[in-house]
Design a protein around this ligand. Structure first.
Ligand SMILES: NC(=O)c1ccc[n+]([C@@H]2O[C@H](COP(=O)([O-])OP(=O)(O)OC[C@H]3O[C@@H](n4cnc5c(N)ncnc54)[C@H](O)[C@@H]3O)[C@@H](O)[C@H]2O)c1
Length: 340
């Protein structure tokens, strides 16, 4: 049994993380003994509602009372770096919500510390466990590597998720806390998915807009184009829609996938068409099952003391790509990317 503390007991912690840790398949692997939550009202309310968890105001207070093996960071991005540094000093394994850090500069500072440690760092890149994106990955693996591909992701939302504490102004709209708008929030998933599906891109071009929310200090809409030797990926994200919808396409001369936001996709490979069931990608309720798979892999590696750096590398590469997206949007030009 691995003992852990959740740091930042807000929406994602309560709705998906805790549910995954306490799921039938994981409840014998994990014991969430503790939580660190800065907000006093939240802490007091949660003490009553989650009576089996010890709530603390600070990391040090938690650690002097409960000897945990790992922390699960679910605070807004601004606080990730200082919490990771604290965990490195205490030699605790880490699960960390996306985005890894507020900026690429912060990620660079943390990268060496984590890389030199005997700590397993696992970013919450849970889309890689999704049956939908696994179908995209399998088709790309099946296609001849010379066949050029075009991928498109469309992610439409009504606005930024306010988080659980709706009494305070939403942190996602405050660049100093979030790092950016829809691109760094939801777009981050599609950047690590792109790295996973096609490897590191050669170039990126991004245009950011404020279509429906002109008063926001962060973008409400973003268009990203990634160029690869194998083809191109287009990511379209907006908070300027009147509903919640996801679509995706993979197009090539010999195979394609069309996903229109429902609970199936249409795959065509070598002239054969298939209808394949998948969970609705815009429905957050299935996230718990994706987190459960991610946490299960984390538990196995911690038990084997396999402190590999794959998660760290993935988080670091994605922050680099995010940084270059913003650079492209700011300079209004295509940015060449490093490829080592
Ligand atoms: N992977 C995903 O699909 C996904 C989905 C939603 C949110 N997230 C990520 O999860 C994180 C939290 O998002 P949320 O929607 O749950 O936000 P939220 O505002 O609902 O919760 C954050 C909580 O952290 C607490 N907090 C802030 N600073 C703290 C600190 N230094 N120490 C302890 N507690 C602190 C806040 O009081 C709040 O209760 C963000 O990084 C976000 O990007 C990821």
């Amino acid at each position: 049994m691995i003992k852990g503390a959740i740091v930042g007991f807000g929406k994602i912690a309560r709705t998906n993380h805790l549910e995954a840790f306490q799921s039938e398949e994981l409840q014998r692997s994990f014991d969430i003994t503790s939580a660190v939550e800065l907000d006093t009202n939240t802490r007091e309310r949660c003490r009553k509602e989650y009576s089996r968890i010890n709530f603390y105001e600070s990391l040090d207070e938690m650690y002097s009372n409960d000897k945990v093996d790992f922390i699960d960071i679910t605070t807004p991005p601004k606080y990730h770096k200082e919490i990771i540094e604290w965990a490195v000093a205490k030699k605790l394994n880490i699960i960390c919500e996306k985005p890894f850090t507020l900026s690429y500069r912060e990620a660079e500072e943390l990268y060496n510390k984590l890389n030199d440690s005997n700590i397993l760092f696992t970013p919450c890149h849970q889309y890689k466990y999704s049956p939908l994106w696994s179908e995209f990955k399998s088709l790309l693996d099946e296609l001849d590597k010379d066949v050029k591909v075009f991928l498109q992701f469309n992610v439409f939302r009504t606005g930024a998720d306010p988080g659980l504490n709706t009494n305070v102004s939403p942190w996602r709209l405050n660049k100093e806390i979030s790092g950016g708008g829809i691109l760094s929030d939801t777009g981050f998933h599609y950047l690590y998915l792109s790295n996973w599906l096609l490897g590191k891109p050669r170039k990126v071009t991004t245009i950011n807009h404020n279509l429906a929310h002109s008063s926001f200090q962060v973008e409400d809409t973003s268009q990203v184009i990634l160029e690869y030797d194998r083809g191109t990926i287009q990511i379209n994200l907006t908070w300027a829609y009147h509903g919640r919808r996801n679509e995706a396409k993979l197009i090539s001369k010999t195979g394609s996938i069309f996903y229109d936001g429902s609970n199936y996709l249409i795959k065509n490979f070598n002239g054969k068409e298939e209808k394949i069931s998948v969970p609705d990608a815009s429905d957050k309720s299935h996230y718990t099952s994706l987190y459960a798979k991610l946490f299960s892999d984390f538990a196995k590696e911690v038990q084997k003391k396999n402190f590999h750096k794959k998660g760290l590398q993935d988080a670091y590469n994605t922050i680099y790509l995010l940084d270059k997206c913003y650079e492209s949007a700011c300079k209004r030009k295509t940015i060449e990317l490093r490829n080592e």
